[in-house]
Design a protein around this ligand. Structure first.
Ligand code: ZN
Length: 387
C-alpha cells in the first residue's frame, strides 16, 4: 500500500481571489518583513477582509527558520486563537506556519517528536493555507518542515501527513519580484528535489509523474527566469515546477545531496538551495551504480540522446553543471570562498550530520560515513571521482 497526498491547489492568474470566499472567523498570517514590504500581506489581507475575517500578522520569520521564531509565533497565536493559519512567503515562512500550527494545536509535544509515525490530531483548532512567494522549496505542497537549531548547528527535518496544507494558492503574480540570486538558489533546489524524488528508494509511479514534469519545466525555464526578470512565462512555469517538485518529494523522498546540503548549510550558514546544489552533480556520480537507469530516463525526458546508460548519465551531469554555471551556482565549495583549512576542520561534523539524515538513508545508494567524507572532500574543489 502506498499513498499519494496533496493539498487542494488553486493556481494561475488571480488565484489569490479564492480567499474572498474563505469561511471562518480569524486568520493568523505567518510571514517575513520582506514579503510584507512587497505589499503581499496587504494583498492577501484585503481578500480575507472581504471574507469577513479578523487578521493578525506575525512577520518575524527569519531566513532558514531558527527555532526561536517558531516559539515567538506560537506565543502570539495562542493569544489570537485563529481558525485559519496562512503561511505566506518562501519555504521558511510556510515551514514556520506548519511548526507554529503544530505547537498551537499540540502544546504538549516537542517539535523533534514530530514524525510520520506520530498522530498529531491537527485541525481541531485551525486549518492551514500556504501561499508561496518564491519558486523553490515546494513546502506549499509538502508534508515537511525544516527548522534550524542555531545553537547546536543542525537542521531539524520534521514531517507529518497532517502537515499538507488544506489549500495552497500558487499565484504567479507573487513570483515576479524574486531577486536574481534567490531565483537561482531556489530554482536549482526545484531540480535537485525532483531528480532526487525520482531516484530514491521510496520512488513510485505517482510521484514520478510530478518529478518528471518539474524537471522538464526547470531545465527549460530556470535559465530564462534567471536571465530576464520580466519573462513572466518563465516565472509562472517555475512557480508551478516548484509546487510539482514539492508534491513529488513529499510522496517519495529526497536523497544524499539534501543530506549533505542540510549539514553544510547549517554548519557554514549557507542558504538551502545553494548549499545543496554544490553537492548535486557529485551525488549523481555517486548514485549511478544503483540508479543509473533512472538517471538515464531523466536524461531522455529532457532530450538528451545517448547510446548507453553511462553516456546518458554523463551527459545529464554535464547538462546540470552547464545549467548551474548559467545561473551562477558554484560548482565547488572552494568557489564559495570557504578556505580548505576551515572546511577540513569541520569535516567530521559535516559527515556526522549528513550521515544521520533520513535523506541519506533513502538515497538509491546509502552513503557510509567514509563515502560521505569522500563526497564532501571532492566537492571542495569539484574533482570528479570514481566511486
Ligand atoms: Zn531542497
Amino acid at each position: 500500500m502506498w499513498w499519494f497526498q496533496s493539498p487542494k491547489i488553486v493556481f494561475g492568474e488571480d488565484a489569490l481571489e479564492v480567499l474572498k470566499d474563505l469561511e471562518g472567523k480569524k486568520v493568523f498570517i505567518v510571514t517575513d518583513k520582506t514579503v510584507r514590504s512587497l505589499g503581499y500581506v496587504d494583498m492577501v489581507s484585503n481578500y480575507l477582509k472581504e471574507a469577513g475575517m479578523d487578521i493578525e500578522v506575525f512577520d518575524g520569520v527569519e531566513p532558514e527558520l531558527p527555532i526561536e521564531n517558531v516559539m515567538e509565533g506560537a506565543k502570539l497565536i495562542r493569544k489570537f486563537a485563529p481558525d485559519w493559519i496562512v503561511g505566506l512567503g518562501g519555504g521558511s515562512c510556510m515551514d514556520a506556519a506548519k511548526a507554529i500550527w503544530a505547537v498551537y494545536e499540540r502544546p504538549d509535544i516537542k517539535l523533534e517528536g514530530i514524525s510520520p509515525l506520530v498522530e498529531l490530531g491537527l485541525r481541531k483548532k485551525a486549518r492551514l493555507i500556504c501561499i508561496p512567494t518564491t519558486s523553490g522549496t515546494g513546502s506549499e505542497a509538502s508534508w515537511a518542515a525544516v527548522i534550524t537549531n542555531k545553537k547546536e548547528h543542525f537542521k531539524l527535518e520534521v514531517a507529518s501527513r497532517e502537515f499538507y496544507p488544506d489549500l495552497s494558492i500558487v499565484d504567479p503574480k507573487l513570483a515576479v519580484e524574486i531577486p536574481k540570486k534567490l531565483t537561482a538558489d531556489s530554482g536549482i533546489d526545484v531540480l535537485i528535489t525532483a531528480v532526487e524524488a525520482y531516484v530514491n528508494q521510496w520512488r513510485n509511479d505517482f510521484a514520478d509523474a510530478m518529478a518528471i514534469k518539474a524537471i522538464q519545466l526547470t531545465v527549460r525555464y530556470l535559465p530564462r527566469a534567471y536571465e530576464n526578470k520580466n519573462d513572466l512565462e518563465a516565472r509562472e512555469k517555475m512557480h508551478y515546477a516548484a509546487t510539482m517538485a514539492g508534491m513529488a518529494f513529499s510522496n517519495s523522498q529526497v536523497g544524499v545531496a539534501h543530506a549533505m546540503g542540510h549539514s553544510f548549510g547549517a554548519v557554514f550558514k549557507i542558504p538551502h538551495g545553494r548549499a545543496t546544489a554544490v553537492f548535486f552533480p557529485y551525488s549523481i556520480e555517486f548514485g549511478v551504480k544503483e540508479a543509473g537507469e533512472r538517471y538515464a530516463e531523466i536524461a531522455k525526458t529532457i532530450g538528451i540522446e545517448a547510446e548507453s546508460v553511462e553516456e546518458a548519465v554523463e551527459k545529464l551531469v554535464g547538462t546540470i553543471k552547464d545549467l548551474m554555471k548559467k545561473i551562477g551556482e558554484p560548482l565547488s565549495v572552494k568557489e564559495m570562498e570557504i578556505k580548505w583549512e576551515d572546511y577540513h576542520q569541520k569535516l567530521d561534523e559535516l559527515v556526522a550530520k549528513a550521515g544521520m539524515s533520513t535523506c541519506n538513508f533513502l538515497n538509491p545508494r546509502v552513503a557510509s560515513n567514509e563515502e560521505l567524507r569522500k563526497l564532501f572532500t571532492y566537492a571542495f574543489d569539484g574533482r570528479t571521482i570514481d566511486f
